[in-house]
Design a protein around this ligand. Structure first.
Ligand SMILES: [Zn+2]
Ligand SMILES: [Zn+2]
Length: 298
């Protein structure tokens, strides 16, 4: 383990007698009913009370793309939390932000990465945690009015998971969200289809948190991980939120020492001070994988 402190100024020390957020009150900015997913783990783990404030989080970007997201997920989540803090006059805020799309390594698989932040403007820290899952239900299919929908409905786990009907990419027409009955689905396909020249519409999963139970599970897991992270204290200043902040790649090939793009170490960091510790991973097994080496095995 390697410790490294960049700053000369000693960090301000956080209280250790009880958790700094025990008995605190954070406000969750949400439009999509996430309170029941996020509040319980934080209440149970550290005694933080969480209430919600309705914020039109869609202004910061929507899944359906009517409003483009301007900022990366972390900044979007922080901005969302601050919207709620301003509205409620609290210095402690929470927000979550999902990114759902094709997996970078397996493009046919959909990955849901849920990020959650706790923003503490009094102490000037942001503590974030995330969770990634491929178990979110996500379908997208082009259909015409009158086409059979049974197989699509089964794949989408409809009506348990809601659907969206919209014109095929690029075409103008209504976007109908939150569809949760067969009747409204058929009507939406007909209405949307009549507004496009060829009658083809896209039926896809409604990925808003209220409409996707499988996504709700991923958000709940991210909240659980944030609670666990808040229990970890910085070894130097005792701030809550100590944990992994970066991964260092570069396992040397056992034969030629070429650095393979595999994780070699994890950097743990503090959200409040600059303290970092690098923990080397056990890569003994990977050192044998000469066959992955582009230099030895071009
Ligand atoms: Zn090699
Ligand atoms: Zn610290």
């Amino acid at each position: 383990m390697q410790s490294d402190l960049k700053s000369d100024t000693p960090p301000r020390l956080w209280p250790t007698v009880q958790h700094p957020y025990q008995g605190g009150h954070a406000v969750l900015a949400t439009k999509h009913n996430k309170l029941e997913l996020i509040a319980p783990p934080l209440q149970d783990a550290i005694g933080l009370l969480v209430t919600s404030v309705e914020v039109d989080t869609d202004l910061l970007g929507t899944f359906t793309g009517e409003i483009e997201r301007r900022l990366p997920p972390l900044e979007t989540a922080i901005e969302k939390a601050r919207l709620g803090m301003r509205l409620s006059g609290r210095s402690l805020g929470l927000a979550s932000e999902g990114s759902i799309g094709p997996s970078p390594s397996l493009p046919l698989i959909t990955v849901d990465r849920e990020l959650i932040v706790l923003v503490d403007d009094e102490a000037d820290v942001v503590i974030s945690e995330s969770y990634e899952s491929t178990s979110v239900r996500s379908v997208s299919r082009n259909v015409r009015p009158g086409d059979p929908l049974e197989e699509l409905m089964e794949r989408a786990d409809f009506p348990h998971h809601h659907l969206i009907v919209r014109p095929v990419n690029g075409q103008k027409g209504p976007i109908i969200k939150g569809i949760n009955t067969l009747e409204t689905l058929i009507d939406a396909v007909a209405a949307c289809g009549s507004s496009t020249p060829d009658g083809v519409v896209t039926v896809e999963s409604d990925l808003r948190a209220t409409a996707s139970p499988s996504r709700r599970l991923v958000i709940a897991e991210a909240a659980q991980r944030l609670a666990m992270r808040l229990l970890q204290r910085c070894p130097l200043c005792h701030a809550p939120g100590w944990g992994p902040v970066a991964i260092i790649d570069g396992v040397p090939c056992s034969s030629c020492s070429y650095e393979l793009p595999l994780p070699r170490a994890v950097v743990h960091g503090c959200p409040s001070c600059e303290h970092r510790e690098t923990i080397e991973l056990d890569t003994t097994n990977e050192r044998d994988t000469v066959r992955f080496c582009p230099s030895c095995n071009p």
